[in-house]
Design a protein around this ligand. Sequence first.
Ligand code: XBP
Ligand code: MG
Length: 259
Amino acid sequence: MYRPQALIFDVDGTLADTERDGHRVAFNRAFGEAALDWDWSVDLYGRLLSVTGGKERIQYFLDEFHRSFPRPEDLNGFIADLHRSKTRHYMRMMAEGAIPLRPGVRRLLEEARAAGVRLAIATTTTPENVTALIGSTLPAGAAGWFEVIGAGDIVERKKPAPDIYSWVLQQMGLKPREVMAFEDSAHGVTAAHQAGISQIVVTVNDYTRSQDFADATVVLDHLGERDSPATALAGEAPQDGVVNLSYLETLFNAERIAV
Ligand code: XBP
Ligand code: MG
């Protein structure tokens, strides 16, 4: 029986439902602080999520949804300042415990650690946001549970480009077929798939539920807890409703038999 050598996790939408009530709110607070009357509603934010990366998302908003806004001479500097402010607001919200981990996340992380399965993160968000979330939801020192944290501008192209997954794999000295990726969005699945990873577990959220996950191994509502079993939108849900190492090994070996 083969088992994955590492589990690589996306952060936003996967470890925690951070977009609607975390990032979106932090963007709006930063806009308010800068005396901008922009308000990213829940619906608009869903459309803005088609572009990953906060700075890139502000640029996209100006290009596609707010063309009448008079552009400052140093547009990149203006966006970078706004984004720094947004990161400050976001980190403060995380420190206040604004967003919990999704069901089953902590359980699976702890099981993997105990079994010596390596852990890593591959995300588009700013590195400080990752440590702020981990710091507010897991025990002290838990950032160290992740051997590699690939985040933000460390690579040139953000998801759906494969760069962040390729970077993490290279840092860990692993091949794509030795790992499993955990994602919540089509962009994330594309990034992992393009990096050569074929084992991809998707846990959807309200923003991503209807996206195309043809390249995923399984699509679930969440990772499941005993009192709140995971159900599948595509593929086989775990029999006992809980995504654990034994279930992941079954997926991992099923693919090896199929190829
Ligand atoms: C996450 C993102 C990020 C966050 C904001 O995508 O798209 O842009 O929304 O983070 P994924 P920053 O989950 O696919 O990694 O503002 O720090 O960029
Ligand atoms: Mg995500």
